[in-house]
Design a protein around this ligand. Structure first.
Ligand code: F6P
Length: 553
């Protein structure tokens, strides 16, 4: 475990010097000088082929970054995670999402318990339930077959399953409609339900804590909708299941223990899609495909745990973020999947990266003196090319990009796929090599336009490709990012597994919510007070002064 800030490690100074030399080099030169560069800087892991050659690095950079990882104690921290030590030190918990994908034959003792049988017991219950829903053996209250699944959750209890469901739509049962409701904005729930037959609708309420304002508000409104439509409270038992670590709160909500699927406090919300939180996905794609999904995660876990650091793909991706954030001063990172079905991946990775590593205090509780997580953003290619790529190519900020693609199309429209992949490769090439003023002029462009049509290049990107988007390749991709985030957290000496930064806003919202529906005096800063009074006045004037909003918990 790093006991010194990374800046004080011998390697950091060497990386600084090295950066001063590398920053002057252009990718054009690096490729010309080193004909083996593309081959040698392309790595394989769990079915993914990852090309790092278009990064502003040399072989020395990798060596130095790996030394940094060694001096930060990455290997020991990684082992501590895999062994189930309480590395989430502010919540006093182990971090064991890796246990969720361990095969049945393995064991992992935490405290005095083997967690693997517990994991598989829940997976078996999920499989049994999912199969009954898929086959129509699980019926609604009126005897109708379930056709609609509505997952209610937010953050990790929404982004994971929603992203994975969309990603695996070609693997999903087409007779089921699966929807995800997350926002406390009533429009989300209303739009999700307005064309659904309640008698054929199953709600999966996902919340690790079962106290989250948005989820509980949506779940209560969904329960009211169902009861009013089906005319009986007894309908709940056939139309609501819960996924949570909080059994008492689930029972209190009115969902029976037999309709609850548990997970454990050692699974962080943003690391939970491979737990029972993935139930909606399992119902959609079936238990076998879900197990393949878990196998993909596990294959990447094994790679992360055992591959030498200099060929360890998650480690290298994590270290590259450190390289760009701390040495080049990059503040953002773009993720651009060239696969329509991965369109929610950027949002998913936003939570994974920014909630994990958006921290400014070290494990020891001291203020960090260096930058941590970048802002992650992105859109699917090719759409992004027609909006923000202008800035990527010719803007004044350096934005490293991850391009993600697949060799095989998911549809018979092969020419679409060829165009898609051609665009992905073209963007990475254009970013890296650009087009010089001389090249532009040689194409007959008028002198006045040459500066406008010149591309500096030297803009870094990673190409990640797998043979096909399958449950397995998707699981491996998610695990790849999880472990890259872990690596960054170790270097930055922060706790990647808590999220105290979301608490203050929740607490204040909890205080403001009832204040909006009363006339009582409020005590906030002048700006917030002014807005509360303005909203109250409009609310009363427009005749919307119904019952005050309930407290969150
Ligand atoms: O507020 C942030 C957060 O706690 C996330 O970490 C989590 O994924 C999300 O809210 C939802 O929490 P829960 O699953 O407990 O409803």
């Amino acid at each position: 475990m790093a006991t010194r800030p990374p800046l004080e490690l011998p390697c950091w100074g060497r990386l600084r010097e090295h950066h001063a030399a590398v920053v002057r080099r252009h990718l054009r030169e690096l490729f010309t000088e080193d004909p083996q560069r593309a081959r040698d800087l392309t790595f394989e892991a769990a079915g993914w082929r990852v090309d790092l050659s278009k990064h502003r690095i040399t072989r020395d950079t990798i060596q130095l970054l790996v030394q940094l990882a060694e001096q930060c104690g990455l290997a020991a921290r990684r082992e501590a995670m895999f062994r189930g030590e309480r590395i989430n030190t502010t919540e006093f918990r182990p971090v064991l999402h890796i246990a969720l994908r361990l095969p049945r034959s393995r064991s992992l003792i935490v405290g005095d318990q083997d967690v693997v049988p517990q994991v598989h017991q829940v997976l078996d219950r999920m499989a049994d339930f999912a199969t009954r829903v898929r086959l129509g053996a699980w019926k609604g209250f009126t005897g109708k077959r379930i056709r609609n699944i509505v997952n209610i959750g937010i953050g990790g209890s929404d982004l994971g399953p929603a992203m994975v469901y969309e990603a695996l739509q070609f693997h999903a049962d087409q007779n089921l409609r699966v929807r995800y409701v997350s926002n406390v904005d009533g429009s989300d729930l209303t739009l999700a339900l307005r064309d659904l037959d309640p008698a054929a609708t199953l709600f999966v309420v996902c919340s690790k804590t079962f106290t989250t304002l948005e989820t509980m508000t949506n779940a209560r409104s969904a329960r009211e909708w169902l009861i009013s439509q089906l005319g009986s409270e007894s309908a709940i038992a056939r139309h609501f299941v819960a996924v949570s670590t909080n059994q008492a709160a689930v029972r209190e909500f009115g969902i029976a223990p037999e309709n609850m699927f548990v997970f454990w406090d050692w699974v962080g919300g943003r690391y939970s899609v491979d737990s029972a939180i993935g139930l909606s996905v399992m119902i959609a794609i079936g238990p076998d495909a879900f197990r393949e999904f878990l196998a993909g995660f596990h294959a990447m876990d094994e790679h992360f745990r055992s591959a030498p650091l200099q060929r360890n793909v998650p480690v290298l991706l994590g270290l590259l973020a450190v390289w760009y954030v701390n040495f080049f001063g990059c503040q953002t990172w773009a993720v651009v999947p060239y696969e329509h079905c991965l369109r929610r991946l950027p949002s998913y990775l936003q939570q994974l990266v920014m909630e994990s590593n958006g921290k400014s205090v070290t494990l020891q509780g001291e203020a960090v003196s260096y930058a941590t997580a970048p802002v992650v953003w992105g859109e699917p290619g090719t759409n992004g090319q027609h909006s923000f790529f202008q800035l990527l190519h010719q803007g004044t900020v350096l934005v490293p990009c991850d391009f993600i693609g697949f060799c095989e199309a998911q549809t018979p429209l092969q020419h679409h796929h060829d165009l898609l992949i051609a665009n992905m490769l073209a963007q990475a090439e254009a970013l890296a090599f650009g087009r010089t003023a001389e090249e532009v002029a040689a194409r007959g462009v008028t002198a006045g336009l040459v500066p406008h049509r010149t591309f500096q290049g030297n803009r870094p990107s990673t190409i990640l490709m797998a043979p096909k988007l399958t449950p397995r390749s998707l699981g491996a991709l998610i695990a790849l990012y999880e472990h890259a985030v872990f690596t960054q957290g170790v270097i930055w000496n922060i706790n990647s597994f808590d999220q105290w930064g979301v608490e203050l806003g929740k607490e204040l919202a909890d205080r403001i919510a009832p204040e909006l529906g009363t006339n009582e005096e409020v005590q906030h800063d002048a700006s917030t007070t002014q807005w509360i009074l303005y909203y109250r006045e409009r609310r009363a004037r427009d005749g919307r002064a119904g019952k005050p909003p309930a407290r969150a918990n």
